[in-house]
Design a binder for this molecule. Structure first.
Ligand code: ATP
Ligand code: MG
Length: 449
């Protein structure tokens, strides 16, 4: 405790000079301006607790980068020289997680802080790699400098000590952040070979943070993009989800396309972005999700997947209709086919299926604007998501805007106004099984419920 206090007093911001200790630059508060108050309560408890127990402990990675860029960090990760078992012993609520990397989750109230032990990169000679040089194992413990070197970008390799408010910088990350540059640590081609997902991270982080990809970091991506094909699907999907849910998906997709990286990533993107209608729809879905996330509104991956696959579903639905099958049965077939096809390439988790299907199945029901059916639709728990989806369809020109406007008004309207709005009921329903292209203009009575 006394040691900590002493350290704090010493670092009360007197120094305004960057010190060099070995391979590390120590940047004082007076230079970087990041205050310990920017660190979450739980992360500070974790670094304080570990330091009091005699260990090194720093806030590391994205959080330090974001604070320097004056952005609110998403979460706070801590790096330490304590082993996972030692970390667990320091805190009352802590558990070791992970198979590949053993991390500790330390809980304070609602907040969980991820604590990782310094790790080192295993040299290529004794590392296990696949045939293309991808690292299969990199979880050996190391020291702080080695932990910095195994990270991806210089901006992601900064350590902040909340008790002294100093930043420890082994790779000139501070200068790169100030120059707004995202630079790979080490030889970019080697680092992409070790882990091709870093190419996607380069695109995502530069789009999200508005940082420029440094020339040598960007250069090998074009010729190495094929390596993404060797990355396990689940990991690729994870990264794609991060990208799509980053709040900057539109920017990310534009960058991916500019770097010719979008091919083969999400098979659905290949097809969809090539059709003008599909592209308009997907881009407005992404813009809409970006907007929601930036306003801190919830956005679900299932909704996004439903949007990404919609034009494939439409095409398959059409094919069944043209073969003379009834409308809703055709839609069911189409949904199953598209989901199955996607699953062969991309591990969209099954848990999203039910919501995606509900959103799709409710689309034809917006066509019914007579009798009790609109009221029944309003009552459904998935109405809101399906309505948001309808808006996207109308905005992209696939359905008439008039239909969206009708539903916008109808859901807010009084009982009396709703009565006026309902279209005349055409009497007893005929079960007609005529086939027609599915679209907003498909007439309601053609779609058999
Ligand atoms: P975000 O703000 O999106 O969370 P982040 O940089 O914090 O961005 P994380 O996936 O949370 O990204 O990773 C935390 C840190 O782990 C990174 O800052 C980086 O130092 C390191 N890291 C993550 N992925 C890789 C990778 N593929 N190769 C090397 N280092 C990585
Ligand atoms: Mg992070």
């Amino acid at each position: 405790m006394i040691k900590k206090l002493f350290k704090r007093v010493l670092s009360m911001g007197r120094s305004s000079k960057i010190k060099t200790v070995g391979a590390c630059e120590v940047i004082p508060f007076k230079v970087h301006g990041v205050q310990r108050e920017g660190i979450s309560f739980a992360a500070r408890r974790v670094t304080d607790g570990l330091q009091a127990a005699g260990f090194q402990a720093y806030v590391v990675g994205g959080a330090v980068r974001d604070l320097l860029l004056k952005r609110q960090p998403k979460d706070f990760d801590v790096a330490t020289d304590a082993t996972p078992e030692e970390v667990r012993r320091v805190f009352r609520r802590a558990r070791i997680i992970g198979r590949r990397f053993r991390l500790v989750h330390v809980m304070f109230g609602e907040e969980t802080v991820e604590v990782s032990t310094f790790r080192r990169m295993i040299e290529a000679v004794d590392a296990q790699t696949d045939d293309h040089g991808r690292l299969l194992r990199d979880n050996e413990f190391g020291d702080q400098g080695q932990d910095a070197a195994r990270r991806d970008f210089t901006a992601n390799a900064l350590f902040f000590d909340p008790s002294t408010q100093e930043i420890f910088d082994f790779h000139h990350g501070y200068a790169d952040i100030r120059a707004n540059l995202l630079r790979m640590i080490g030889d970019p081609a080697t680092r992409y070979r070790e882990d091709p997902v870093r190419m996607l991270r380069a695109v995502r982080l530069s789009a999200k943070l508005g940082m420029k990809l440094e020339a040598a970091t960007a250069e090998p991506i074009f010729s190495m993009k094929g390596l993404l094909g060797n990355v396990p699907e689940a990991r690729l999907l994870d990264e794609m989800l991060k990208l799509l849910m980053s709040g900057h998906a539109v920017e990310c997709i534009k960058k991916l396309r500019a770097m010719h990286l979008h091919h083969g990533l999400l098979p659905m993107l290949d097809v969809i972005l090539e059709q003008p209608m599909g592209e308009k729809f997907v881009m407005s879905a992404l813009a809409n999700t970006d907007q929601r996330l930036r306003e801190d509104k919830p956005a679900s991956p299932a909704f996004l997947f439903a949007a990404l696959l919609w034009h494939e579903v439409l095409a398959a639905w059409n094919a069944h209709l043209e073969a003379g099958q009834p409308a809703i049965q055709s839609l069911h077939f189409a949904m199953d086919e598209v989901l199955q096809k996607q699953r062969a390439h991309m591990a969209i988790p099954h848990r999203h299926d039910a919501i995606m299907k509900e959103i799709w199945l409710l689309q034809p029901r917006f066509e019914h604007r007579a009798g009790q059916r609109p009221l029944r639709l309003l009552e459904l728990p998935r109405f809101r998501a399906a309505y948001d989806f309808l808006l996207l369809r109308c905005q992209s020109g696939e359905a008439e805007m008039e239909l969206a406007d009708w539903w916008t008004e109808f859901q807010e309207a009084s009982g009396e106004r709703r009565e006026e709005m309902l279209l005349p009921d055409k009497g007893p329903k005929k079960r007609r099984r005529r086939s027609k292209k599915p679209s907003a203009s498909a007439s309601a009575d053609q779609l058999v419920e």
